[in-house]
Design a protein around this ligand. Structure first.
Ligand SMILES: C[S@@+](CC[C@H](N)C(=O)[O-])C[C@H]1O[C@@H](n2cnc3c(N)ncnc32)[C@H](O)[C@@H]1O
Length: 200
């Protein structure tokens, strides 16, 4: 499907999946973006990071620290949009406790599998990971109190679809805690067509 952003969305998604399958399966590789536990520590991640298994954190690929916007309360229902290997979801699961629930969604199957394995490793019973696209969330209206996300929406051309879905699945008065890239200048058509700039 060619959309007005000037990039074939199906091709872009396939390239993004290739990139993040590699982050999942070859975490020791040198990517053009920082990854791993040392990066999360540099970002000032909260103390709950210490108990997130290496299996998840070795494939952490966030771009900033959504926890600077605040902690979660016990009992909250949380959606982690583009949960990757599960680092933020497993931190959220500790914050919301057994009365709360965390749902991570991601469109890259290798990431979802890795996040599930990491949750199983620590017996986290209040978190689940689902393969899904941010533009079409498989949840009922008003299912969540909070949405967290780290480094995901910048990868998605149809941002209106994403925010429309977030507005739909959040409770009225719900919160967004998003770490992402914003730009202050228009992006040239040539740059928009460059898939490497999207995936990186
Ligand atoms: C930069 S990684 C960040 C992963 C995770 N939030 C973290 O901090 O480690 C971006 C993630 O977004 C996922 N993603 C990209 N576009 C998506 C979409 N349209 N729907 C769902 N997931 C998407 C990718 O599969 C990848 O796992």
């Amino acid at each position: 499907m060619a959309v007005e952003v000037g990039v074939d969305v199906a091709v872009l998604k396939s390239e993004i999946q290739k990139t993040y399958t590699s982050v999942s399966e070859e975490p020791g590789r040198d990517f053009i973006f920082p990854t791993g536990r040392a990066w999360a520590e540099d970002l000032g991640y909260p103390e709950e990071l210490a108990t997130v298994p290496e299996l998840a954190v070795e494939s952490f690929a966030g771009i900033a620290n959504p926890w600077k916007l605040g902690r979660l309360a016990a009992g909250e229902r949380v959606l982690d949009l583009g949960s990757g290997a599960g680092t933020d979801s497993l931190i959220a699961a500790q914050m919301v406790g057994p009365e709360g629930h965390v749902t991570g969604i991601d469109m890259t199957p290798a990431m979802v599998a890795k996040a599930r394995a990491a949750a199983a490793e620590i017996g986290a019973a209040n978190v689940e990971f689902i393969e899904a696209e941010a533009e079409r969330l498989p949840f009922a209206d008003e299912s969540f109190d909070v949405v967290i996300s780290n480094g995901v929406i910048d990868l998605i051309p149809d941002k209106d679809a994403v925010f429309s879905e977030l507005n739909r699945v959040l409770e009225p008065g719900g919160r967004l805690q998003i770490a992402d890239i914003t730009i202050q200048q228009p992006v040239s058509d040539e740059s928009r067509r460059n898939i490497d700039l999207w995936t990186g």
